[in-house]
Design a protein around this ligand. Structure first.
Ligand code: FAD
Length: 467
């Protein structure tokens, strides 16, 4: 065999699997169909969206909060071309970093579409149609996902767009109609709302970010409404059509009332489906699930075919970059004969709006449904000295702990820098800390992290100091 490991796809799952395999002394190849490495995350996902979120946040603050700091600016204007150029440079720096890491780790990188000839042979078809074959003892499928739509909506990529096109608009929409109040939609909706667009969110469920603790969705909706976004919850989209530069989105209210909104762009953000096109899975007998087209794997990420593994968005579980990375490491170490572990209950979820939303572990709704008795302690950022100083007083930290043992079962945060703060909760929970344990740890003052300690104090016998 030419290789010990062949990885198909170079997203966070694939490139991490390739690097970890090479670190463990396995001869490794990685195949990527696009010209740059890094997959959805680096090219059209996490990184460009965060670059635009940062830029738009600066613009919003310059127009809304700088005055209270005694900084007066006149004639603020958005230079969208420059904003997009910066975003592209950020992406390029990150994707170039992966090329560097591949070389450093002596990973053979192939450009082209990978497909199975048999379970050990992969055919690589380049853009010009030329093919070559490589063989490997183990194959890791890390082909990720692509945006999905509603069956009755045609994405024209100009006026009715997905997240990919929303990252490259050449103008700020006047009115962006957003279908879907989940993480990706709200992040991109926030970008354009901060830049001055009217943003209307139509969500089928009765709350935004519906998979997270309900209290987070409620608070986020309150803050985003203050920032000018409008919400149609429990509403069912029935169609979207384009005429010239105008998009009309039709939808039904919970009472069945027919409604419509007209905008210049409609962003469809209703989820993503696994990407397995052109892999030739049928040739080796791997089937995909009907719903979401995901590849079935066992607890060791191995498919029904021995020596063929699958990781990241293409398999069950949260569609998150860090989950894909963890699985990449897991499979490489498994192939190398180690016994790695992943705690799926402790994969944090983050929404990079402002305030940020971050959570790990079980929600109150899940604990109630499971009949687990718990204590809850909350601390609002308006009582945090650090938050008052920076002016970021929306939001709270909520800690849920087992009623009998005090073990932390879930932490739910909305507020400044909670995307970074959640790491403390993950760490505490991985080591099965009690809320009391966290209260006994020194937290630097003044920092936002003190809110975590205060919420733990609130959860243990209701004894927060600052509220
Ligand atoms: P991907 O990153 O999708 O990579 C798969 C790669 O495989 C692609 O490069 C593709 O071209 C390649 N490929 C596919 N088929 C073949 C083939 N046959 N041959 C060769 N190559 C192939 N997650 C977070 O954790 N945090 C965030 O902030 C975040 N923000 C996001 C924002 C947006 C707008 C979007 C769309 C997603 C975001 N995500 C975020 C999700 C995250 O991007 C994905 O969970 C992550 O990229 C999945 O990694 P992956 O390795 O499984 O697949």
């Amino acid at each position: 065999m030419q290789y010990d490991v062949i990885v198909i796809g170079s997203g966070p799952g694939g490139y991490v699997a390739a690097i970890r395999s090479a670190q463990l002394g396995l001869k490794t190849a990685c195949i990527e169909k696009y010209a740059t490495y890094g997959g959805t995350c680096l090219n059209v996902g996490c990184i460009p969206s965060k670059a635009l979120l940062d830029s738009s946040e600066h613009f919003y603050n310059a127009g809304h909060t700088f005055q209270s700091h005694g900084i007066n600016l006149k004639d603020l204007k958005v230079d969208i071309a420059q904003m997009m150029k910066r975003k592209t440079e950020v992406v390029q720096k990150n994707t170039a970093g992966i090329s560097f890491l591949f070389k450093k780790n002596k990973i053979d990188a192939y450009q082209g579409m990978g497909s199975f000839k048999d379970k050990n042979t992969i055919v690589i078809t380049a853009a010009d149609g030329k093919t070559q074959e490589i063989t490997g003892k183990n194959v890791i499928i890390a082909t990720g996902s692509k945006p999905s739509s509603l069956p009755f909506i045609k994405i024209d990529k100009k006026r009715i767009i997905t997240s990919t096109e929303a990252l490259t608009l050449t103008e700020v929409p006047k009115h962006l109609v957003l279908i879907g109040g989940g993480v990706i939609g709200l992040e991109l909706g926030s970008v354009y709302a901060r830049l001055g667009a009217k943003v209307s969110v139509i969500e089928f469920m009765d709350g935004i970010i519906p998979t997270m603790d309900k209290a987070l969705g409620k608070e986020l909706q309150k803050v985003l409404s203050k920032q000018g976004m409008e919400f149609y919850l429990g509403h069912k989209v029935t169609g979207a059509t384009v005429k010239g530069k105008e998009v009309t989105v039709t939808f039904d209210s919970p009472q069945g009332e027919k409604k419509e909104l007209k905008g210049d762009y409609c962003l469809v953000a209703v989820g993503r489906v696994a990407y397995t096109d052109s892999l030739g899975l049928d040739k080796i007998g791997i089937t995909v699930e009907e719903r979401g087209r995901k590849i079935t794997v066992n607890d060791h990420m191995e498919t029904s075919v021995k020596g063929v593994y699958a990781i990241g968005d293409v398999v069950r579980g949260a569609m998150l970059a860090h989950k894909a990375e963890d699985e990449g490491t897991y499979v490489a170490e498994t192939i190398a004969g180690q016994k790695p572990h992943i705690n799926y209950n402790l994969i944090p979820g983050v929404v990079y709006t402002w305030p940020e939303v971050a959570a790990v572990g079980q929600t109150e709704e899940q604990l109630k449904a499971a009949g687990i008795k718990y204590k809850s302690g909350s601390f609002p950022f308006r009582a945090s000295g650090r938050a008052v100083a920076s002016g970021d007083m929306d939001g709270f930290v909520k800690v849920l702990a087992d009623e009998a043992t005090d073990e932390i079962l879930g932490v739910h945060m909305i507020g400044p820098r909670t995307a970074d703060m959640i790491a403390e909760a993950v760490c505490a929970m991985e080591f099965r800390a009690s809320a009391e344990d966290v209260t006994r740890m020194s937290h630097a003052h003044p920092t936002y992290t003190e809110a975590m300690r205060e919420a733990c104090l609130a959860a243990t016998a209701n004894r927060p100091i600052h509220i």
